[in-house]
Design a protein around this ligand. Structure first.
Ligand code: SIN
Ligand code: CO
Length: 384
């Protein structure tokens, strides 16, 4: 993608300008972001998805009289959903990009944001007056109106208190500052924690939320520590038995104690050093991060396959595959591989473009080809 060229999707500014002026800073309303928008997935196909096991779906309704919010989790067969003519309900389908090629391609238009930050594309289907209530999210979102009309009210909310006793995150006192009606093809970008409330105006309202992911520091820290610990334990298992006496704790300076249960401070310092050593191992954290960020979602599974005999005309990553790289590794679906030289260039191209052409494949080393074959067999990539 040329990040300096104006993009209709961003209202005629370039991805570079968008990131500099709006990203994580302020909202942007883009009229006609997708001109003559035709939803890649029709209502009937959407409802079929809602009926599937392995597709995360939720139904949110607000009682006409009692105004009470209710939340149910899918899968839902068609009869389990309210009639389209009944106002006030919303069906949310998470991660539709994992299940549908057209939606996956749409999500790829947002790859001016690093893949490590892009999460998924959620579709909401609402009847007239349907919505999920005023709330804020902890990540950025692009709200693309795919069909019908929705009124968005937004505001820089200070009072972040949430209503109690409701199954959703609903702001106690929403104070909107602006409101606009989005028609099919219009898009609204919101930075994290910007309060918003979208209400369908008329039926058959479809909104696509291009969601970002931003790991919470504590969660990420805990996940990475667990991964580093596991890798460290595995290495220990294969390492030669400890030979040097100096690798064990020594305390020639320890005096006699009259409080024998007290933990020696020197042992605490030794323990701290031992952990720091594991974390200092070259690339320990980078590898854990790459593996963590490419871990497939819990509801993702791949169908194993047999690639055709080489030479291949083309190899493409499966739409569910997550692939990233850094200076020394490539990461794919939770695994890491060290890569250098020409192979690294090839793998990085695959990660960035998500496919390789015959010419590129012809230059691959035997090792790289063997790896690609493994990935095809695992269903992570497809060759033809
Ligand atoms: C919706 O599309 O109804 C909800 C999306 C959001 O508020 O993030
Ligand atoms: Co939201």
């Amino acid at each position: 993608m040329d990040i300096q060229s104006p993009l209709a999707l961003l209202g005629g500014i370039s991805p570079q300008q968008f990131m500099r002026r709006y990203w994580q800073k302020k909202p942007l309303l883009i009229r006609g972001a997708v001109p003559a928008m035709v939803p890649p997935i029709a209502r009937a196909a959407l409802l079929d998805l809602a009926a599937q096991e392995g597709v995360e779906s939720r139904l949110i309704q607000r009682g006409a009289k009692d105004k009470i919010w209710t939340l149910r989790h899918g899968p839902f067969n068609r009869r389990a959903l309210p009639p389209a003519s009944r106002p006030g309900w919303t069906l949310l389908l998470q991660g539709v990009d994992l299940h549908h090629d057209g939606i996956h391609s749409l999500l790829r238009q947002f790859r001016f944001v690093p893949d490590a930050r892009l999460d998924d594309l959620m579709i909401s289907y609402a009847s007239d007056q349907g919505g999920v209530g005023p709330h804020f999210d902890s990540y950025d979102v692009f709200l693309l109106q795919a069909a019908g009309r929705r009124r968005w009210s937004i505001g820089r909310q200070r009072d972040m208190r949430l209503q109690e006793g409701v199954p959703l995150k609903i702001l106690e006192q929403f104070e909107p500052e602006e409101s606009f009606v989005l028609e099919a093809g219009d898009m609204l970008y919101l930075p994290p924690r910007y309060a918003h409330d979208g209400v369908a105006e008329g039926g058959d309202c479809m909104t696509y939320s291009i969601g970002l992911r931003s790991p919470a520091k504590r969660h990420l820290g805990a996940d990475l520590l667990a991964r580093v610990a596991e890798a460290h334990a595995e290495e220990l298992e294969h390492a030669a038995p400890l030979s040097s006496a100096h690798t064990h704790y020594r305390d020639p300076g320890q005096g006699a104690v009259d409080a024998p249960a007290a933990m020696p401070e020197a042992l605490q310092a030794f323990a701290r050093e031992a952990v720091a050593l594991a974390l200092r191992e070259p690339d320990a954290i980078e590898r854990a991060l790459g593996e963590s960020m490419t871990e497939p979602k819990a509801n993702v599974w791949f169908d194993e396959g047999e690639p055709p005999d080489e030479p291949w005309q083309r190899l493409a990553l499966d739409r569910r595959t997550r692939m990233l790289y850094d200076a020394r590794h490539v990461y794919i679906n939770g695994e890491s591989f060290r890569a250098g030289g020409r192979d690294a260039t090839l793998m990085r191209r695959l990660a960035d473009r998500r496919e390789l052409a015959a010419k590129e494949l012809a230059g691959a080393s035997d090792d790289a080809l063997a790896l690609l074959r493994d990935w095809c067999e695992a269903g992570w990539a497809h060759a033809d």
